[in-house]
Design a protein around this ligand. Structure first.
Ligand code: SAH
Ligand code: SF4
Length: 350
């Protein structure tokens, strides 16, 4: 199973050609699908009979199972069924200067990070390239419905939803091509960031094949001892090796990497961890994003308190590290990694 976004322009041209449609039609359909994010029933310039045939023979493969909004409509979260079977979530976040969508690369995840709702589900399926890109298309359509306090158009894409992008590399790289191709989705590569748990070959491939795309690495710990516990892939790609790969990415792309850090009360919000993190962040010229952990059913540990977050951030700043406290957008609608899909599963809706 897949979506219409898994087809090439050539595939669509051939199908429509076989139906004796003129060439300009397939171009029109392609543009409507990718650039406008139109559904078949809203393609007003396509004759109704053709729209029906498209829907029957080339189904879009994107169903919105549930939608929630928060932050006065500035955050919209969708539970999507892609290709008829893969259930994932995508979150659209509107800010005064930008509109960012957080998309998923897998249904579930096999990496097993203990604190993560998606990790607790295990891996269900890899998404196809079109299924990954379809979430950005959904976002492009939805962005128009955001409040007027936002640009009301999609400006950024982050791979921070469900799944580990570099555990589904071939399809993620194909999706990056679709998203950045000016004749397909057409967003600038500099407006895309891939977040990884630290899969070294994936980071190397990103540097080589998509050097304009941004990189965020989920550290959460700055000693192998603690990181082995929180982020199991660390046993395969320990910190020294990870730092080497990020450093290579930086040399190749001349961009500033991000380090993600979910602050877990009493676990990784200590002065000791800040002192271990600081030299790594400085060597990499990295920007550190901290966020208080969102408690999940399988890891009912609290996120750090305001004062502990402050102390951690102050410690890093004192050690000359660039650090930002990330907002906790959409917390009331379970907008943390994987939570909507998990709660939908729990209640049998998915
Ligand atoms: N697999 C990739 C991308 C998806 S996770 C990765 O791990 O980077 C996106 C981000 O959400 C990661 O930084 C991840 O560590 C973080 N995250 C996961 N569970 C969380 C939770 N319960 N609270 C806060 N952040 C969480
Ligand atoms: Fe997978 Fe990322 Fe969650 Fe770890 S944090 S289990 S890599 S989605």
């Amino acid at each position: 199973m897949s979506t219409v976004y898994d087809l090439t322009a050539d595939d669509i041209g051939k199908r429509l050609g076989a139906w004796d449609e003129p060439r300009y039609r397939s171009k029109q359909v392609w543009t409507q699908l990718w650039k406008r994010g139109a559904t078949y029933d809203s393609m007003s310039e396509i004759p109704p009979a053709l729209r029906e045939r498209l829907a029957a023979e080339l189904p879009m493969g994107v169903q919105v199972l549930d939608e929630r909004t928060a932050d006065r409509g500035a955050t919209r979260k969708a539970l999507l069924r892609l290709g008829g079977q893969h259930i994932v979530e995508a979150v659209l976040m509107g800010y005064p200067d930008r509109v960012t969508v957080c998309i998923s690369s897998q249904a579930g995840c096999a990496m097993g990070c203990t604190f993560c709702a998606t990790g607790q589900m295990g891996l269900q399926n890899n998404l196809t390239a079109g299924e990954i890109s379809a979430q950005a298309v959904w976002a492009r359509r939805e962005a128009a419905r955001l409040p007027a306090t936002t640009p009301q158009r999609l400006t950024n894409i982050v791979f921070m939803g469900m799944g580990e992008p570099f555990a589904n590399q071939r399809r993620v790289f194909r999706s990056l091509e679709q998203l950045t191709d000016p004749d397909t989705f057409g967003i600038g590569a500099r407006h895309i960031t891939v977040s990884t748990v630290g899969i070294v070959p994936g980071i190397e491939r990103l540097a080589e094949h998509a050097p304009q795309v941004g990189l965020a690495v989920s550290f959460h710990a700055a000693s192998d001892e603690l990181r082995d516990q929180l982020v199991p892939p660390n046993t395969r790609y320990p910190l020294a090796e990870l730092e080497r790969a990020i450093s290579g990415w930086r040399a190749r792309t001349r961009r500033r990497p991000s380090i993600e850090w979910a602050l877990i009360d009493g676990v990784n919000d200590t002065a000791g961890q800040a002192e271990l993190l600081a030299p790594i962040a400085r060597r990499l010229g990295a920007h550190v994003n901290v966020i208080p952990l969102n408690p999940t059913p399988g890891y009912p540990v609290m996120g750090s308190s305001r004062s502990r977050i402050r102390a951690f951030v102050d410690a890093l700043e004192g050690l000359r590290v660039n650090v930002t406290i990330r907002d906790t957008r959409g917390r009331s609608i379970d907008a943390a990694c994987g939570q909507l899909a998990l709660s939908a599963q729990a209640t049998g809706r998915a």
